[in-house]
Design a protein around this ligand. Structure first.
Ligand SMILES: [Zn+2]
Length: 208
């Protein structure tokens, strides 16, 4: 007796959450050119959102203005969105290129994990896969990438593949000119590379 063929699953809606870190009372770090981190992350979120929307990706953002939003609220927004990826956007003057951080929680069964602050344990394996896909796509786009794991308030409460993406100036060896965070061309390059990387993740997510 032939096994019943499962009907093809309908293409799930692909949703990305963009979490512009800091905002309002929390300026984040001070960046070159008297920029604040909170303004940089919001600008990157807006730019990335339009690049993704243009490619048919649904985007949910945690903030659209200079608002104070605590990490619990950010996680609530991400979890409600049932996203295939959440990127929490940060910026720093230290290091080089793009730093990708996954939660340092040890992987655990996703089933029945609902404990706030450790919910990401059920998703860490997927988050590390996301980091791997973004890493190769960003390298392909010519970015310098550093991978790490750390405690991530907000992300540790998220029930989706989630990473902190920290943008630093680019000062890779072999590049004669350092790309500063306040360089509009560099900002555009970072957003384009991240959008391309998320498209790659969508492609991988659709593989059976
Ligand atoms: Zn930050």
């Amino acid at each position: 007796m032939a096994a019943a063929q499962a009907p093809p699953a309908p293409a799930a809606r692909f949703v990305v959450v963009l979490d512009a870190a800091h905002g309002g009372d929390d300026p984040g770090g001070r960046l070159s050119g008297s920029q604040t981190e909170k303004a940089f992350t919001l600008a990157l979120s807006v730019r990335l959102r339009s690049l993704l929307a243009a490619r048919g990706i649904s985007v949910v953002t945690t903030r659209e203005s200079d608002a104070t939003i605590d990490s619990n609220r950010r996680a609530e927004i991400a979890n409600h969105a049932k996203a295939q990826a959440c990127l929490s956007l940060h910026a720093t003057e230290s290091g080089s290129g793009i730093h990708l951080f996954a939660s340092s929680l040890a992987p655990a069964q996703a089933v029945r994990i609902s404990t706030w602050k450790t919910a990401q344990a059920g998703w860490v394996t997927r988050s590390l896969s996301l980091a791997g896909v973004l890493n190769s796509a960003l390298l392909h786009a010519g970015m310098t990438v550093t991978l790490g794991r750390t405690d991530l308030p907000g992300i540790d409460s998220m029930t989706c593949p989630a990473l902190a993406v920290e943008v630093a100036p680019e000062s890779a060896p072999g590049r004669p000119v350092k790309s500063a965070l306040d360089d509009p061309a560099y900002q555009a390059r970072v957003a384009t590379a991240l959008a391309a990387a998320l498209l790659e993740w969508r492609t991988e997510a659709r593989q059976p």
